[in-house]
Design a protein around this ligand. Structure first.
Ligand SMILES: Nc1ncnc2c1ncn2[C@@H]1O[C@H](COP(=O)(O)OP(=O)(O)OP(=O)(O)O)[C@@H](O)[C@H]1O
Length: 313
């Protein structure tokens, strides 16, 4: 168990997922998965289909029990009373299709212990913020999928949770809704809420998350800031020389050419590579419009780490 005691004996406000394991018959969904999300931090869980992300979140929420391991908040094992203070967006979504938006959000807020008047005010505020205020009196089933998802996020937020756990909150959202959702998550983190969410949209994860964890076959294979993860990836050189023919860089020492199209070549450099030699070789083909080092994106890192046959979908 990690020591999360701070100087002076205070306990860090941290959600700890500690060595969780879970099997479903022959299938190992989780194997010793461990990660922490601090108060105020946005943590992105990424992994291929079936990697174990949903299973981990369900265990945090107590929807299913772990075979082994523990989930703690502020150093104390998470029990029913803590779970009432978590805002959860389940993958299977959980709204009553034939109940009106405001009615069911108020009902959910009251289930989490809010008074009726506080619930009413909170529903007004969140439906406004999430752009579904004009749908408050509609049955959920009449809403588009994207608007249902906004309501689902409102359901996770309406009781003013201490912790947010969101399974694929961005899937199926239009770009405006993605921006609204991102801003809400940032704001909640800004008030000290630990936010953990899963997503296959790695560009979004890269932009939004303070730290990212890559899950594979039920294990956390790496976790850290995107910059930490990038430190293990190879820097690339992009050369845009429109007149360069394919193969122009193939014989340069220490150079590996990854692709070349429309005069744009993507290279990685070994120890014996000389970037000035590469530049001279590019200039020998004609004008050079771009010559830039580029760090790998999270998508590229993901491909590199989990392997090309197991790409995210
Ligand atoms: N209730 C269940 N019964 C049997 N197997 C299950 C059950 N829930 C999950 N699994 C299996 O456990 C593994 C992990 O599934 P999980 O849903 O946690 O993955 P995931 O990372 O969330 O995937 P996705 O990105 O596709 O949502 C998969 O092999 C899945 O088929």
């Amino acid at each position: 168990m990690a020591d999360i005691r701070l100087a002076g004996g205070a306990v860090a406000r941290q959600l700890e997922i500690d060595r969780l394991s879970k099997r479903f018959g022959e299938i190992t969904a989780l194997e010793d998965i461990t990660f922490q999300v601090s108060a105020g931090e946005i943590f992105g869980l990424v992994g291929s289909n079936g990697a174990g992300k949903t299973t981990a979140m369900r265990i945090v929420l107590g929807v299913i029990a772990a075979d082994a391991g523990e989930v703690r908040w502020e150093g104390t094992p998470v029990r029913l009373d803590t779970r009432r203070r978590i805002g959860y967006m389940p993958e299977e979504r959980g709204l009553y299709p034939r109940m009106r938006v405001a009615e069911q959000l108020e009902y959910l807020a009251c289930l989490h212990g809010m008074t009726a008047s506080a619930a009413h005010a909170s529903v007004d505020a969140w439906t406004e913020r999430l752009g579904v205020a004009d749908r408050r009196d509609d049955d959920v089933i009449k809403l588009s999928l994207g608007n249902q998802q906004r309501v689902q996020l409102a359901a996770a937020l309406v009781h003013d949770p201490e912790i947010l756990v969101l399974d694929e909150p961005f899937s199926g959202l239009d770009p405006v809704a993605v921006d609204v959702m991102s801003a809400v998550l940032r704001d909640k983190a800004g008030t000290g809420v630990p936010v953990v969410f899963s997503s296959h949209q790695l560009d979004l994860v890269e932009r939004l998350c303070d730290r990212v964890g890559i899950v594979r076959h039920g294990r956390m294979i790496t976790a850290g800031t995107v910059d930490d993860l990038r430190a293990g990836g190879r820097e690339e050189l992009i050369v845009h020389a429109p007149q360069a023919a394919p193969g122009w860089a193939d014989r340069l020492p220490g150079v590996t050419v990854h692709d070349h199209s429309d005069g744009r070549t993507r290279l990685t450099l070994g120890e014996d590579a000389d970037d000035q030699l590469i530049l001279r070789a590019a200039l020998a083909t004609g004008p050079v419009h771009e010559f830039a080092r580029r760090r790998p994106s999270l998508t590229e890192l993901f491909r590199h780490i989990v392997g090309p046959r197991e790409e995210i979908s």
